[in-house]
Write a protein that binds this ligand. Structure first.
Ligand SMILES: Nc1nc2c(ncn2[C@@H]2O[C@H](COP(=O)(O)OP(=O)(O)OP(=O)(O)O)[C@@H](O)[C@H]2O)c(=O)[nH]1
Ligand SMILES: [Mg+2]
Length: 239
């Protein structure tokens, strides 16, 4: 029967980095069940950032990025000998378990994430994360827009109105009504990133009788990300 497992030999390309992107399954419904604050629920983001940390540490990712219910992991060290089924299934189920553990509440239904693998060349890393960060911004404008419109109109009317609007029109509508998205916390606009930083440590070397500088790396959860640039990824040494 072993030869029936026709997908088990599928592997990611050799010598390529990969990005694994997870997305919460039916989190629209889960948000209702958990009565998440709209448009942004800080505790939900706290839990997602804990999941990102667990993923970062468990799978030695070099960078993890999240907004809303999606998480992207950049991996240079490919786990499970590159086996696609293993990578997708283990990482998605690990994320779901971590999510449940950090939430610490009873769920109506077991939460799940879907998972996909994107092989990337060195030059694609910045372009990929910029694409997702742009989506985070669109999500921020849209979710503030729909929250505002639902406070004025019925749900159906609000949905109809937002569907006919461009991003800059929503931005303008919010601005006219004293909601300035520039003042919104950075993580809502740009998402959350997990990566290594280096701490400078100055110690005294007794033998040589002088101060000595060394660097220690630590994992950092960045809730105040800049707009992504090539320089950002070079500075954090992932490209
Ligand atoms: N209230 C609230 N909802 C959130 C928050 N973050 C994410 N969500 C919900 O998560 C959903 C994520 O969007 P999608 O991934 O497109 O929708 P989904 O229901 O998960 O559907 P599938 O991914 O296709 O299974 C949003 O539509 C919101 O309903 C939050 O901070 N507050
Ligand atoms: Mg989802």
């Amino acid at each position: 029967m072993k030869d029936y497992e026709v997908y088990s030999s599928l592997r990611v390309p050799k010598n390529s980095k990969i990005i694994v992107r997870l997305d919460g399954r039916s989190f629209h419904k889960l948000a209702k069940d958990l009565e998440l604050a709209k448009p942004y629920d800080k505790n939900f983001y706290r839990v997602i950032s804990e999941v990102c940390l667990d993923l970062f540490n468990e799978f030695s990712a070099s960078f993890v990025y999240a907004f809303s219910d999606e998480i992207s992991l950049l991996m240079d060290n490919i786990p499970f000998e590159g086996r696609v089924e293993k990578i997708d299934s283990v990482i998605a189920s690990f994320a779901a378990s971590s999510f449940v553990m950090h939430y610490g509440v009873d769920f109506k239904k077991p939460p799940a994430f879907d998972s996909r693998i994107i092989p990337v060349g060195e030059g694609d890393v910045f372009r990929y994360f910029k694409w997702r960060q742009d989506e985070s911004w669109r999500n921020c404008v849209n979710s503030h827009g729909i929250s505002y419109l639902k406070s004025k109109y019925s749900n159906d009317e609000a949905n109809d109105k937002i569907n006919g609007m461009k991003l800059n029109q929503i931005h303008e509508l919010l601005f006219q009504n004293d909601i300035n998205l520039n003042d919104v916390e950075t993580y809502k606009k740009r998402g959350i990133g997990i990566y290594r930083r280096h701490k400078k440590i100055v110690g005294f070397n007794k033998k040589e009788n002088k101060n000595q500088t060394s660097y220690r790396s630590y994992v950092y959860s960045d809730w105040d990300l800049p707009k992504f640039s090539e320089k950002f990824f070079k500075d954090i040494e992932v490209i």
